[in-house]
Design a protein around this ligand. Structure first.
Ligand code: ZN
Length: 200
């Protein structure tokens, strides 16, 4: 490590190193870039982070992140409330929005079922999804989950759990590469997978 840096800089580096995609080496480079560009980067970033920490919250309806609760999507009367698209994480919701492939509402699970990692149904927002799907205003639940083992296990579990609700349950078509996370896909692929969805 950069043993000559002071404790404030070491703290900055060790926090940056916890970000996805940043190891210790790129964390040191990022810290240096921030410190060298104090006015252009460091101070605006610190301000943006403190604003986000103070104002961003989890939508109590869909589980997305926004400064308002319910979020802008859940509160938008122009969006079709009878369609719910189920995604693993907020990143996948953002990918769907970038692709402009969907004009309904979302439900963010907060993860996937995983026997290996000990993630069971109670750890995810599955009860809330069944509640929303059963309230009478929903006609279709679209499972937009990754084509991984955990993604497909979760999709089957949800399809079973939603069998009692009077909704059709569909999945994205698999133009999606195996193991593909939604937020890595280009917009056209997502849009096509949404159009060609099939019964779960
Ligand atoms: Zn919402």
């Amino acid at each position: 490590m950069a043993a000559s840096a002071g404790p404030e800089i070491e703290r900055l580096i060790s926090l940056l190193a916890k970000l996805p995609g940043l190891g210790p080496r790129s964390a040191r480079r990022s810290a240096l870039a921030l410190l060298k560009r104090r006015d252009a980067l460091l101070l605006p970033l610190a301000d943006a982070m403190s604003q986000a920490a103070a104002r961003v919250k989890t939508c109590s309806v869909c589980g997305s992140l926004d400064t308002q609760d319910p979020c802008a999507i859940c509160s938008d009367p122009a969006r079709d409330a009878s369609l719910i698209c189920v995604v693993e994480e907020v990143g996948a919701l953002w990918a769907m929005e970038r692709a402009s492939a969907f004009r309904g509402r979302y439900h963010v699970l907060g993860g996937l079922l995983s026997a290996l990692d000990g993630v069971g149904p109670d750890a995810l927002r599955i009860g809330a999804l069944i509640g929303r799907a059963s309230d009478g205003g929903v006609r279709e639940v679209i499972l937009a989950l990754p084509a991984t083992v955990d993604g497909q296990t979760t999709a089957h579990y949800l399809a079973d759990s939603l069998a009692k609700a009077e909704v059709s349950v569909t999945m994205l078509a698999r133009g999606v590469p195996v193991g593909g996370e939604l937020d890595w896909l280009d917009d056209g692929t997502i849009a096509q997978a949404m159009r060609a969805r099939r019964p779960a």
